[in-house]
Design a protein around this ligand. Sequence first.
Ligand SMILES: Cc1cc2nc3c(=O)[nH]c(=O)nc-3n(C[C@H](O)[C@H](O)[C@H](O)COP(=O)(O)O)c2cc1C
Length: 366
Amino acid sequence: MTNRRKFLKIIGGGTIIAAAGAAGFMATRTPQKALAPWQPIPYEDPRKAALSYAILAPNPHNRQPWLIELIDEDRARIHRDTERELPETDPNHRQLYIGLGAFLETMVLAASAQGFNAKLTLLPEGDEGPVADASFEAGAKADPLAAHILNRHSNKEPYSDRRLQPSEASALNDYASLVLDEAKVARIRELTKRAFEIEVKTPRTLKESVDLMRIGKAEINSNPDGIELRDPMLEALRLTGLLGQDTLMNIDHPGNKAQLRDYYAMLDATPHYAVITTRTNNRRDQLDAGRQLMRLYLKTTEMGVGVHPVSQALQEYPEMAGEYALAHELLAPQGHTVQMLLRLGYGPEPIPTPRWPLETRLLNEV
Ligand SMILES: Cc1cc2nc3c(=O)[nH]c(=O)nc-3n(C[C@H](O)[C@H](O)[C@H](O)COP(=O)(O)O)c2cc1C
C-alpha cells in the first residue's frame, strides 16, 4: 500500500485506505458485501440484467437516487428516490439528475451488450414524477463502451504530470471539452481549491458530507452508499468512540487538517480538466449531461485515463455564488451551464465504491 491510498475524501464521496496495516489485515477490512453488486447476477430477465449494471453508475455523493418499477414483461420505469437528496450542496437536484442520466445511459449500454434495445422515453417534467420509461426489444448490437462498465471508477487519486498525447486528446473530443492549456488549467486548479475550502468552511455543507460518512467495514456494509472511509485506523477510532460527529466537524482538529492538506495536494496534482456544458439547463439537459458523462467515463476507462468530478464550484448555494460565476466565466463564457467539471489525467488504479443491491432499488417484482 502506498501513501497515495491515504487520502480522506471528505467531499464528494470517496474511499480511504490507510498506508498502515498489512495487506492481509486490509483484506479482512474490505467491505465485500457492499462491493458485491460489482459482480452482477446473470439475470434472465433482460431488464434486470441491464439494471444490475445501471446501479453501478456514477452519482453525486454516491446517494444512488434511483428506484425502478417493472411494468408488464418488457418495460421499466425509472423514478427519482426523493428520500435520497443533497439539500445543501444540490438544492435544485441538478446533480441528482445528472446521476440519473448516467444510470439511464448505463442501462441502455448494458442492454445493448445483452442484445436488447432499451428504448427510452424521458419523462422528467415534474420533480416528483418518473424520470424515464424504457421498453426492451430484442435485436440490438453491443455498444463497445458497454465492455468497460465494470472497470469504471472515479479516480480520486493524485495524477502524474504525464500529459495526454494529441491523439488521446482528440479521441476524447467527442465526449467532453478538454482544458489542456497550462495557464487555464492553473486557474481552474485554484478555483477547485477555493471552492472546496468554502464547502468545508460552511458548517451546513460540511455537515451534509459528515452525515453521509460510513466509517469502517460494518458501517459501509450496512449502508453501502455515501462517503465510505475504509481506513482501519479511522475504523478503530470510530469503534472506540473517538471519532464522532464533533471531531469530524472540527476542521481545526490536527487529524482533519492533515487530511485536508492531502486533499489539496490531490487537487493540485491535475494536468487537465474535462468539462460538460449544456446550452439550456432543464431536466432533460441534466439527464443528457449525465448520459454524456457516463460515455466519457467509459471512454477514459478504455484508454486507462482517470477522471474525477470536482463539483464544488458548480454548486448552487449562496456562499458559492462567486466561484460559480467564475467557473461559468472561465468554462462557459457564451452563457451556457457547466454541468460537470472533472479532473483528467493518469493516476493509480481506482477502486470500486459500494452499491445497494438491485433488489433494494426495485419497487416491485413482476
Ligand atoms: C453529478 C456528480 C457530481 C459529482 N461530484 C463529485 C465531487 O465533487 N467530488 C468527488 O470526489 N466526486 C464527485 N462525484 C463522483 C461520485 O462521488 C462517485 O460517482 C460516487 O461516489 C460513486 O463512485 P464511482 O464513480 O467510483 O462509482 C460526482 C458524481 C456525479 C455524477
